[in-house]
Each structure stands twice: as structure tokens, then as C-alpha cells.
Design a protein around this ligand. Structure first.
Ligand code: IMP
Length: 184
């Protein structure tokens, strides 16, 4: 099956192509940025995005919305992760965390699919881990250099794409989305 994935993020594109590729599906990029609503949950953002894309294209499309939730910062940056990354980046997060011993964090991803009839399905994936005190690695994107998943020593930015996909919030969310799509 050929699947359209709306994203402007090449890192996400490669990850999702590998996840669906392993299941025998081809993922093509659709570049048509949908307006991201301000909402309390990733799922609300995904549903609103898919409704907008469906009204415009009337075609099956997948998207995702993700964020990093840092326990000691009460879940910040969470749904504001994209804005915080653009303004403060990884160095800004490390600065916020200076002197804080409690480093637990989780990445969350909500993946969504609108089918050929406009029906929307969403799934989610979580990856628990911790924020380290310096940036490590050159792979991946976004907050990858400062996040080490639970039971591991390397950051996502030090792992290859397959290893990140096995553990990541996005890998988990899209594998379960693929399972749901396969049952329809
Ligand atoms: P969005 O899903 O594109 O809105 O992403 C929100 C923010 O979180 C962006 O700044 C991304 O770079 C970052 N982000 C999302 N997923 C990941 C990931 O897998 N690794 C690192 N950063 C991520």
C-alpha cells in the first residue's frame, strides 16, 4: 500500500518510511503544512490537522504530533515542544535543568490516519527516559541529543534509525497505527 505522510520534517519522514517499509508499505511525503491548533493534548492537534487535510485533499493521509514531557518541569515543554525547540533549543532545556537531579522525561507521540472515507483513527506511543546534562550524538533530530531512553546509555542521537525506531514513541505509535490500518 502507498501511504501519504504530511510532514516537513525529514527526520520524521525517514523514521516513518522505515517503520512502514518493514511492513511492506511505501510512504510518500506530502508537504502541505496544516495549521497546528493550540490544544492541551497531542491527540487534539492530530485530529484537527487530519480534518483540515481531509477537507482539502479528500485522500488517505497520516500525520503525527509529538513532544517531550520533563517531569521536574511539570511536563514542560510538552505540547509546546516545537516552539521551545525553535526558540531555546537543546541548550535552553539544559540550562533550565541546571542543578536539578530529577531528570526523568518522556517522549510522547500521537499518530493519526484519515482513511478514504474521512474516518480518523489515532494511536499513541510513549518512550520513558532521562535528560542528560550535555548534548551527545549527531543523528536524529530535535531533542534527540539530550534524551537517553530507559535502560540505555546512548542518546537517541547516538543510535541508528532502526534502534531509535524500536524504542521510540514514534515507532510505538506508528506500529500500532499500522496494525489498526491493516485490520480495516
Ligand atoms: P512536532 O511533532 O513536529 O510538533 O514536534 C514537536 C517538537 O518535538 C519538535 O521540535 C521536534 O523536533 C521535537 N521532536 C518530536 N519528535 C522527536 C523525536 O523523535 N526526537 C527528538 N525531538 C523530537
Amino acid at each position: 500500500m502507498k501511504i501519504l505522510f504530511e510532514t516537513g520534517n525529514q527526520g520524521k519522514l525517514k523514521e516513518v518510511q522505515a517503520i512502514f517499509g518493514a511492513l511492506g508499505h511505501e510512504v510518500e511525503q506530502l508537504k502541505d503544512e496544516y495549521p497546528e491548533i493550540q490544544a492541551d493534548t497531542l491527540e487534539e492537534v492530530v485530529v484537527a490537522g487530519l480534518e483540515w487535510l481531509w477537507n482539502k485533499h479528500k485522500m488517505p493521509i497520516i500525520i503525527d504530533d509529538s513532544g517531550i514531557f520533563i517531569h521536574s518541569l511539570k511536563g514542560f515543554p510538552g505540547v509546546y515542544s516545537a516552539y521551545v525547540f525553535k526558540t531555546l533549543g537543546c541548550p535552553g532545556i539544559l540550562k533550565q535543568m541546571e542543578g536539578i537531579d530529577e531528570r526523568k522525561a518522556e517522549f510522547k507521540c500521537c499518530a493519526g490516519y484519515v482513511d478514504s472515507e474521512g474516518k480518523i483513527t489515532t494511536t499513541s506511543g510513549v518512550c520513558q527516559g532521562r535528560i542528560i546534562s550535555e548534548m551527545r550524538g549527531s543523528g536524529g533530530f530535535g531533542y534527540d541529543p539530550i534524551f537517553v531512553p530507559e535502560s540505555h546509555e546512548e542518546t537517541f542521537a547516538q543510535m541508528d534509525l532502526e534502534e531509535k525506531n524500536t524504542l521510540s514513541h514514534r515507532g510505538r505509535a506508528f506500529r500500532s497505527l499500522a496494525e489498526t490500518m491493516g485490520k480495516e
